[in-house]
Unconditional design. Structure first.
Length: 294
């Protein structure tokens, strides 16, 4: 079974609501909201062994709760909520050296806390919560000429703060907080089937808040989450492997870092996680994806 062990968190910026993506070329993309205003910022990073050389932060939009996904071709998709309404927006971008060349932002749905995944075939998987209740919704999209062509929105569960990751073959892992606000975290394994996602049953896998999820093409899964709302906000990590529509876990959750609302990404060789400290310093740490047995 593969495993990761994240190292010391290093500050790379200030802000909140950080999300990170990583591709096979060891390029990292990070997005976050300013700690002082509803402006959205992005950074390109180049991984050099277990260090990341982050380039200058750039404001690219306004809004809250941004998320980003990146494929091996340097094509990326960003989603976020408007700052003053439950309107969801998306945009396509391309990496150009140390910066991102963004397409136009366009409204695609209503809701809150969106997350997104992309593969090299140009399939997009998106999840979000309804703005008026705890319904969780997903959508599939294709990229055509730098434009997202969205399928119909599909209700797949209830809960809060959904996140999603996808393999190249269209296999999907999504995680979320329970709708009952009882501290439970649940996951579902699914697969893209045309313009919809076929889901397995929800499984309670841990307790905590604000999950993050990443997956490799051979089915290795990394999840991170905030332990609770206590001061200091410890974050935890857990690893497993997909078997059908369930995940076989390597062991219980263990310490990852001190911080809140972690995000995680992997390219199969290395993994990266980001989180915010109590003072809104954004920190990252990296890890090799290693074989625990061999």
């Amino acid at each position: 079974m593969k495993d990761v062990l994240f190292g010391l968190g290093l500050q790379y910026d200030d802000g909140v609501q950080s999300k990170v993506a990583l591709n096979a070329g060891h390029i990292a993309i990070e997005v976050h909201k300013s700690k002082h205003a509803d402006t959205l910022h992005c950074r390109v990073g180049h991984c050099e062994r277990l260090s990341v050389r982050w380039h200058a932060s750039e404001q690219y939009d306004s809004g809250v709760t941004p998320a980003v996904a990146l494929n091996t071709r340097g094509l990326l998709v960003e989603v976020h909520k408007a700052e003053n309404a439950d309107h969801l927006y998306s945009r396509v971008g391309n990496i150009k050296g140390h910066t991102i060349e963004w397409g136009d932002s366009s409204k695609y749905d209503l809701g809150v806390t969106p997350d997104v995944a992309i593969n090299d075939q140009g399939y997009i998987a998106e999840v979000h919560q309804s703005g008026g209740n705890s319904g969780l919704w997903c959508r599939v999209a294709r990229i055509e000429n730098q434009t997202l062509r969205w399928s119909a929105s599909q209700n797949y569960d209830t809960g809060h703060k959904p996140v999603v990751a996808m393999q190249q073959d269209g296999t999907i892992v999504a995680a979320h907080q329970s709708a009952a606000d009882d501290g439970k975290l649940l996951y579902r394994v699914g697969r893209i089937n045309g313009t919809r996602i076929d889901w397995g049953y929800p499984v309670h896998y841990d307790n905590g808040l604000s999950p993050g999820v990443a997956i490799t093409d051979d089915g290795f899964v990394i999840v991170v989450h905030q332990a609770d709302n206590t001061p200091g906000k410890t974050t935890l990590q857990r690893c497993g492997r997909i078997h059908g529509t369930s995940i076989e876990w390597l062991g219980p959750s263990r310490y990852c870092s001190d911080g809140a609302a972690p995000s995680v990404a992997t390219n199969g060789a290395i993994a990266i996680q980001t989180h915010a400290s109590a003072t809104h310093a954004l920190r990252y740490s990296t890890a090799w994806v290693t074989d625990r047995i061999g």
